[in-house]
Ligand binder design. Structure first.
Ligand code: ADP
Ligand code: MG
Length: 252
């Protein structure tokens, strides 16, 4: 297997003046280019900690993380990171929010602006470009946040509970939209979620972590056959329940 992202024997420890917390004990996995991976596990088991190491933001205590064979700390420009909150600036229009990342990184070139415009048009947000975030629904704001991230042309997307602030129906809809957008734009995805249906429907493989300190407890390949998957419609596929049950059993 040709690994695009390789996570090898990661250990992560938090040090405070009075104690040491081992958040991640020993985690290894690899991801192929274009693959979508979900990480699930009990609350507090170390999922966000692990993801921040994969983002190159928090150094691990042991182990290595590489992307295209290079240490992850050198690849930060190729990684997009999205959280639960959309972090849109309320005083900036949608358009100026989308261009914010490019502005900060001093990459407001004509080519990059054209690409941002193209994304806004392709994903039905162009007509809202002069609106302010408070005029948009939570689902739309999360799509704007995604486009702002994609405007920087990351190869790898990291999502940490990115849909958990949304109500159920919106969550199902937006996770389907995000899946479609990331597939169309040929991205690779590693996402953390506590929502088993979200993990099963959105990813090719689900990595189940143990309780803290995290180790990989099980890996479940979620195969719904060939062809383009729709995360909304696979919820009625009989295999969905099978995968759900396998993961549920691991977590209880
Ligand atoms: P998860 O995302 O799986 O819910 P986290 O990775 O956020 O879990 O946290 C894993 C463990 O590390 C938890 O016990 C948490 O309390 C602890 N932890 C997280 N961040 C810090 C920090 N900055 N300092 C000390 N301990 C932390
Ligand atoms: Mg977390």
């Amino acid at each position: 297997m040709n690994a695009f992202l390789s996570v090898d024997n990661i250990q992560m420890i938090y040090q405070t003046p009075t104690e040491e917390t081992e958040a991640v004990k020993d985690v290894s996995f690899s991801v192929r280019k274009g693959e979508f991976i979900s990480i699930v596990g009990p609350s507090g088991c170390g999922k966000s900690t692990l993801l921040s190491a994969i983002a190159g933001l928090t150094p691990q205590n042991r182990g290595t993380i590489t992307m295209n064979g290079r240490d992850i700390s050198l690849c930060r420009e190729s990684i997009g990171y999205m959280f639960q909150t959309d972090n849109l600036l309320p005083w900036r229009s949608i358009y100026r929010n989308v261009l914010l990342g490019l502005e900060i990184q001093k990459k407001l070139t004509e080519e990059n602006i054209n690409y941002a415009d193209e994304l806004l048009k392709k994903y039905d947000l162009w007509q809202f470009r002069d609106s302010y975030p408070n005029r948009l629904s939570g689902g739309m704001r999360q799509r704007v946040a995604l486009i702002r991230t994609l405007a920087l042309k990351p190869e790898l997307l990291l999502l940490d509970e990115a849909f958990s602030a949304l109500d159920y129906q919106t969550r199902v809809k937006v996770s389907g939209d995000v899946y479609d957008i990331l597939k169309k734009e040929n991205k690779t995805l590693v996402m953390v979620t506590h929502d088993i249906p979200e993990a099963v429907t959105m990813s090719d493989r689900v990595i189940v972590l143990s309780k803290r300190p995290a180790v990989v407890q099980k890996t479940v390949v979620t195969d719904f056959g060939s062809g383009v998957r729709s995360p909304v419609s696979v919820r009625t596929d009989p295999r969905f329940q099978t995968y759900f049950n396998i993961i549920w059993k691991e977590l209880t």
